[in-house]
Design a protein around this ligand. Structure first.
Ligand code: FAD
Ligand code: SIN
Length: 482
């Protein structure tokens, strides 16, 4: 039995994109946020470095635009980058109005620097920026009379129909089918507007900085519903995850290099990086250099040397990183940190226009799940939180024009493309996941070869058949449907 529930605006996900959109969309109607685990479980909650914006008097828009385009390796959409950078400062002010407390020095914002930025422009809250943003937004949402938030509620598929009821009409999204884990039942959540804000795909790789919610659900749902997906080949690998990198690796923020730390080989030499910014080059370049060094030398990791940063500054600016490393027996005030690259960010995703519209009517996407084109082949550090607030805002401004439109016969679209491969028998969810993560890491990781990718595509097809079989057999099991 599927229960029915209706709302004006349905938001899938409670990270910075979903929450900031909900707070604005609520000006026009009722809003429901469904989120698959507890409310703060998101990549947003782990963000360390901060949010980039042109705030300093000696910074300027053209410089932030140029840094973004250079990091994106010539593949960014220039108009989108301009919108991002021009509107960034106003959206940062929205965050402050919602109660986010960014770090200050003698009253002024304390601005950090990260890879690929030619100047200091990163607002942060110590090295707990994401936690502070999540705290403030969740509090604002909790106090809002028109927003309901449902935890442990997993969106499984989009409900798609047409405007006129004729099968030749353009597709329109009428909400989502969700699994309410508490009630153990499926709910058809009907809405005039739906925003996908389900975050990234890091958990598709063996080593990632992303939390376990980052399984690409939004991209998969949109794909099954027929929406266009773009640029998914551009996965960003962060150069400095703490070694050993577990399934969710602890991140050593690029802001540490921004304050002067440098990368070294295991014998103490500076890691040679073929770029004028050296250790502070854009992320893709640094990650590839570490990967090459590890492969050539057989070293299991590189070293991050914090000795150029005064001890008092390490303690005040990076309390979270200091505490986590101490807990693992590394005193970063006295010794270097062993680091390795790990999957970090999806530069592509569900294709949107400048207002967050996908290719399906009534369906919007914002945040890491979306592909607005601003990041090109490689995102500039701290531009993700910025993109999420800028494009959530733009998407929210479209809500009034969508509210009157009705969607007929909205249901889960049958089929999608069929899976040809034969599923290996008898695998568990855990085994399927581990197989995907290993294959993606080995064949679709930092450096790729076409022959390995072709082999991987066959194996991934088999794993996909198996996961679909498990899902079909366990429609009410939240683990099976993720
Ligand atoms: P998320 O914050 O990941 O939120 C996604 C939400 O969707 C979650 O609530 C999740 O539970 C929910 N969800 C997922 N699937 C479903 C489903 N099927 N049904 C219902 N709900 C679902 N970027 C920066 O700009 N600056 C930084 O300093 C920075 N540091 C980072 C540090 C780390 C360790 C990581 C992992 C990322 C960092 N990033 C940083 C990237 C940035 O944090 C993310 O890209 C951004 O927070 C994504 O926000 P979001 O709202 O799109 O997604
Ligand atoms: C970091 O703090 O290094 C992460 C910043 C980002 O992903 O933009």
């Amino acid at each position: 039995m599927t229960r029915e529930q209706s709302v004006d605006v349905l938001v899938l996900g409670s990270g910075i994109a979903g929450l900031s959109y909900a707070l604005k969309a609520a000006a026009y109607g009722s809003v429901a946020i469904v989120t698959k685990k507890e409310r703060a479980a998101s990549s947003t909650n782990y963000a360390q470095g901060g949010i980039a914006a042109v705030i300093a008097p000696d910074d300027d828009t053209a410089l932030h635009v140029r840094d973004t385009l250079v990091a994106g390796a010539g593949l960014c959409h220039t108009t989108a980058v301009l919108e991002l950078v021009q509107e960034g400062p106003a959206r940062v002010m929205d965050l402050i109005e919602w109660g986010v407390r960014f770090s200050r020095d003698a009253g002024d914002f304390s601005l950090g620097r990260e890879g690929g930025h030619s100047t200091r422009r990163i607002l942060h809250a110590g090295d707990f920026t994401g936690k502070e943003i999540e705290r403030a937004l969740l509090q604002a949402v909790a106090e809002h009379p028109r927003i309901e938030l449902y935890e442990d509620t997993v969106a499984i598929d989009l409900l798609v129909g047409t405007v006129g009821g004729d099968t030749n009409d353009a597709s329109r999204c009428g909400g989502a089918l969700v699994l309410d884990h508490h009630a153990g039942e499926l709910v058809a959540f009907r809405a005039s507007v739906t925003l996908i804000a389900t975050g990234g795909i890091g958990q598709a790789f063996r080593h990632t900085t992303n939390p376990d919610i980052a399984t690409g659900d939004g991209i998969a749902m949109a794909y099954r519903a027929g929406a266009s997906i773009a640029n998914l080949e551009f996965v960003q690998f962060h150069p400095t995850a703490l070694y050993p990198a577990e399934q969710r690796a602890f991140l050593i923020s690029e802001a540490v290099r921004g304050e002067g730390a440098v990368l070294r080989t295991l014998d103490g030499a500076l890691l040679p990086i073929d770029h004028p910014l050296g250790s502070l080059a854009p992320r893709d370049i640094v990650a590839r250099h570490i990967d090459r060094y590890m492969k050539d030398s057989g070293s299991p990791h590189a070293l991050l040397d914090l000795s150029p940063i005064p001890t008092a500054e390490i303690e005040s600016r990076f309390p979270g990183i200091l505490a986590e490393c101490l807990a693992r027996g590394i005193d970063i005030r006295k010794e270097p940190i062993p680091v390795v690259p790990a999957a970090h960010y999806a530069c592509g995703g569900v294709l949107t226009d400048a207002e967050g519209r996908t290719t399906i009517g009534g369906l919007y996407a914002a945040g890491e799940v979306a592909c607005t084109g601003v990041h090109g082949a490689n995102r500039l550090a701290s531009n993700s939180l910025l993109e999420a607030v800028v494009y959530s805002h733009r998407a929210s401004e479209q809500v009034p024009s969508e509210l009157g439109i009705r969607c007929h016969d909205a249901r889960v679209r049958p089929g999608g493309d069929s899976v040809a491969a034969v599923a290996p028998a008898g695998m568990t969810v855990t085994e399927v996941r581990a197989g995907i993560r290993d294959r993606m890491w080995e064949s679709a990781g930092i450096v790729r070869r076409s022959s390995e990718m072709r082999d991987a595509a066959i194996e991934l097809g088999e794993l996909r058949s198996m996961s679909e079989a498990i899902r079909a057999a366990n429609p009410l099991d939240p683990e099976a449907v993720e």
